[in-house]
Design a protein around this ligand. Structure first.
Ligand code: NAX
Length: 340
């Protein structure tokens, strides 16, 4: 019997498993891309009744792959069944904004999903559960889910900004003709929305300060600053909309890849760099305590911790404050709805 077979399977619950991100996610989890080549996984797929058939179809295909690490797949529309004993919960399914829907309606519809799912996690998940919220509005959905599971430490919940982080890294690599692997220290701050702040002030390109490399290429520090504000930040923050306009539907494979990277780095460690995730603020960098806001984070395998002590200039401060103000407004709106 090899080492993989001797380990107890890790239970991974994926909600919205019948959707497009789910379809791009499940096969890579089962192949070991998320938890490594020696950890068997048991998949639990949660869908609403209309989505169950699609998830069942994915489950049949998972079976057909004869994955060595896949210890089982179960499809359900019952949250308690889905989260029972879950070590990792990936909350992908959410209510999308439909035509004419007001923001308050969107927040209310999602509070109606993430509140009960958080409560189910609190009631039946494993003691070591870690939760990643992908479904939008991701930061506020994470806040609602965590508040609904008071017995689960709030820092076990996070929302996905890894896709934004990877986009920010890739755009900087492209602008500097560098390999993405040579880029370090990019940060996404704030909300996973158009107000996010993709920050390269502490980033390096092949070991050199990104701002210096950009200044050299663009003809000076002022030109680099202008490019960052007028091209780079809007390009990264608007990339989701660009994908929709070109592809005709929203990012799926790249979002799944980022969700896998988020969990992998949380569980296996970030190594010597940092990444970005929307995690619980305890007041770091002046972000109001209790919000789930994106920060630079590292993990030694035991979960994400915020990288502290970075200097923020006036421009960074202003952009972070604007994005955090949006998170405060979302929180206040769901509070007014009685969802918190
Ligand atoms: P799809 O519409 O393809 O799939 C969503 C699935 O969720 C559907 O099968 C639906 O039946 C299911 N679902 C809805 N309510 C559910 C519930 N209460 N319980 C279980 N399942 C439920 O969307 P997809 O493209 O997969 O996107 C999923 C979510 O990810 C959306 O909210 C989307 O906005 C969000 N995204 C978040 C990103 C991030 O970086 N945080 C990036 C990608 C993506 O836009």
């Amino acid at each position: 019997m090899d080492a993989a077979r001797r380990q107890e399977p890790t239970t991974v619950t994926v909600t919205g498993a019948g959707g497009q991100i789910g379809y791009a996610l499940l096969f890579r989890i089962a192949a070991g891309a998320m938890l490594g080549p020696d950890r068997p996984v048991r998949l639990r797929l949660l869908e609403i009744p209309q989505g169950v058939k699609a998830a069942e179809g994915a489950a049949l295909e998972l079976q057909d792959c004869a994955f060595d690490l896949l210890a089982g797949v179960e499809v359900t529309d019952d949250a308690r069944t889905a989260f029972n004993g879950a070590n990792i919960a990936m909350l992908v399914g959410a209510r999308p904004r439909s035509a004419g829907m007001e923001r308050a309606d969107l927040l209310a519809a999602n509070a109606g999903i993430f509140g009960p799912q958080g409560a189910a996690i609190g009631a039946v998940a494993a003691d070591d559960v870690r939760v990643l919220v992908v479904g939008n509005p991701a930061n506020t959905n994470a806040l609602i889910a965590a508040a609904s599971a008071p017995d689960v430490p709030a820092d076990r919940f996070a929302a996905l900004t890894r896709l934004d982080h990877d986009r920010a890294t890739a755009q900087l690599a492209q602008a500097t003709d560098a390999a993405a692997s040579g880029i370090r220290g990019v940060t996404i701050w704030g909300n996973h929305s158009a107000s996010q702040f993709p920050d390269v002030d502490h980033a390096t390109v092949a070991g050199r300060a990104a701002r210096d490399v950009l200044a050299e290429r663009l003809g000076g520090a002022d030109a680099a600053a202008k490019w960052l504000d007028e091209v780079y930040v809007p390009r990264v923050a608007g990339r989701g909309a660009e994908i929709i306009s070109v592809r005709g539907s929203s990012s799926a494979a790249s979002a799944a890849n980022a969700a896998i990277a988020h969990i992998r780095d949380s569980v296996l460690g970030t190594g010597d760099g940092w990444t970005s995730a929307a995690v619980l603020s305890r007041g770091e960098y002046g972000v109001q305590e209790g919000l789930y806001s994106s920060f630079p984070v590292t993990s030694d395998g035991s979960g994400y911790r915020i990288v502290e002590g970075l200097d923020l200039d006036e421009r960074a401060r202003r952009r972070i404050d604007a994005s955090v103000a949006e998170l405060v407004a979302e929180r206040d709106a769901v509070r007014a709805l009685g969802a918190l």
